[in-house]
Design a protein around this ligand. Sequence first.
Ligand code: 13P
Ligand code: SF4
Length: 350
Amino acid sequence: MLDLTAIRAELHAHYDLEPSLELAESMSEIHARMDRVVPLPDWAIAAPYVKAINRLKAERDAVVLAHNYMTPQIYHGIADVVGDSLALAIEATRVKADVIVQCGVHFMAETSKILNPAKTVLMPDMEAGCSLAESIDAPGIAEMRARHPGAAVVSYVNTTAEVKAASDICCTSANAAQIVAAMEGDTVIMTPDKYLAQNVARQVPQKRIVWWDGRCIVHERFTPQDLRDFRGWHPDLKIIAHPECTPDVVAEADFAGSTAGILDWVAREKPAKAMLVTECSMASNISDAHPEVEFLGPCNMCPYMKKITLEKILWSLHTMTGAVEVDPEIAARARVAVQRMIDLSRRLAA
Ligand code: 13P
Ligand code: SF4
């Protein structure tokens, strides 16, 4: 566990991190991307960190790959690339800089390391896990193969490198249905997200899909009644859900897609009122870009994603600690599964 008291003391000894309205105002161009959700006093607290991190990025030849669930201060302040799991994996293959700072959760950093092993991949907090990734290990995959001999194993990228290495191919929420439809054979094993599997089963009825019993602790909290309540209160509301939600929730929504799919849908449809049935930062991150849209709904945060803070990012770049390593033999096998997904996704999109 990171000793935040010691970290704070050392960072303050090296950088001027005192809140500064003057500095905040001098960085108003960055603040303008999030000023509807980050008031000036809060920006005055974040700005010194953003300045220090952006300087260190240049010194260390580092790029920041940030998932759509990062806070607005990270998403707008320091990220070089933002996106869903698929986009971040593809971007990781293209990074030329020496260092990748992965602002997301541990499996994403592992994926970057698998795809670009020569780079130093920094994870600002190693405890940023994922309930899905923690729900299955390689023996779990072997158990599923024994139960369904000959069936292809499609594992969500929200898995450890060891699980990816034991799988035939990976998928993300952006391409799961297409990947499953492209598998040979009648039966396809999907791990570890049972709700994603059940949602894909509706989209790909020609396949018999069997699943592992994993769940996302953030998305499983939304209920169909939540959605019906909000629709009752706001009849013109558009509801957009992530496919990690239960099938009953997805059935109540107007659209379901990956985090990037959700952002694209809002940009395209520009609804007057929208409820994003996913992690809370998503709406915050696009609120300034879409002033015409009123975002409503409960704020469910991912406790793992929220472990990544500006302070920990600065610390990892300052000390160059938190480098993610993957056993080369496991990485080689995991790379086959991830690369197959990327290649197949590209072919299907062409
Ligand atoms: P996507 O960004 O790929 O939709 O994934 C959501 C998620 O929960 C990542 O942990
Ligand atoms: Fe994992 Fe769910 Fe958090 Fe995504 S939102 S990292 S799936 S626990």
